[in-house]
Design a protein around this ligand. Structure first.
Ligand code: TYD
Length: 215
């Protein structure tokens, strides 16, 4: 019997602490015999990683940034995500399109309608049928107040272009994630990222277990 692929994304403002839990979730799936592709956005392919370097370091206007992010996403979907899902793998992505609506949309104030248009162009996958676009089956959103994230980030390595943004910017980004969740609540698991690391991990695990994807 063919195993269905599964697409899970992790989201949250910089400093929300998603990274440690990505690896743990990969291990949890592998321990139960599933093949897992762990990937990230922007990035995940040779071309998209080149675009990531530009997006994270070079100054550019919001539209250019949005177009580059979606160009990277297109290559990532074509080269990595769709083939892995077709093989029945679990794809775990450190960020996906919700980040674009949160950062370029809510954070930078870029036109949400145009982002929706790009989302439909880029994420249209013929195999899904007419009118359907590729979206994660589950988005784990690490929700953390921007003030706390700023404290966690201070003293960390040299900040990139986004990490150097103001607390006010990250407040808008967090609101952007909230809007995406409200628009599609069944896809999201909101995790209270203020909790201790172990408690956050248990919440991540239970979000996946409650959907019947892990024992
Ligand atoms: P991040 O995922 O935080 O990686 P790291 O842990 O290595 O810093 O960095 C990616 C950055 O890119 C993050 O600040 C959010 C930003 N980003 C966007 O602005 N738009 C997008 O569509 C995506 C995927 C990321």
């Amino acid at each position: 019997m063919a195993i269905n692929g599964l697409f899970i994304s992790f989201e949250g403002i910089d400093g929300a602490g998603k990274s440690t839990h990505l690896q743990a979730l990969v291990q949890a799936f592998r321990a139960q015999g599933r093949a897992v592709t762990l990937t990230r956005e922007p990035g995940g392919t040779v071309l998209a990683e080149k675009l990531r370097t530009l997006i994270l370091n070079d100054a550019m206007d919001a539209m250019t940034e949005a177009l580059l992010v979606f160009a990277a996403r297109r290559d990532h979907l074509q080269q990595v995500i769709e083939p892995a899902l077709a093989r029945g793998e679990v794809v775990i992505a450190d960020r996906f399109t919700d980040a674009t609506f949160a950062y370029q949309g809510a954070g930078r104030g870029f036109d949400l309608k145009m982002l929706s248009t790009l989302e439909h162009w880029v994420q249209t996958v013929p195999a899904l049928g007419i009118g359907l676009i590729r979206q994660p089956d589950l988005t784990v959103w690490f929700d953390l107040p921007a003030e706390i994230a700023a404290l966690r980030l201070s003293g960390a390595r040299m900040p990139d272009k986004f990490e150097a943004e103001s607390t006010e910017f990250f407040r808008r980004v967090a609101d952007g994630y909230q809007c995406r969740m409200v628009a599609c609540p069944s896809r999201f698991a909101r995790i209270d990222a203020k909790k201790a690391r172990e408690a956050v991990w248990l919440d991540v695990l239970s979000a996946v277990q409650s959907r019947g994807w892990l024992e």
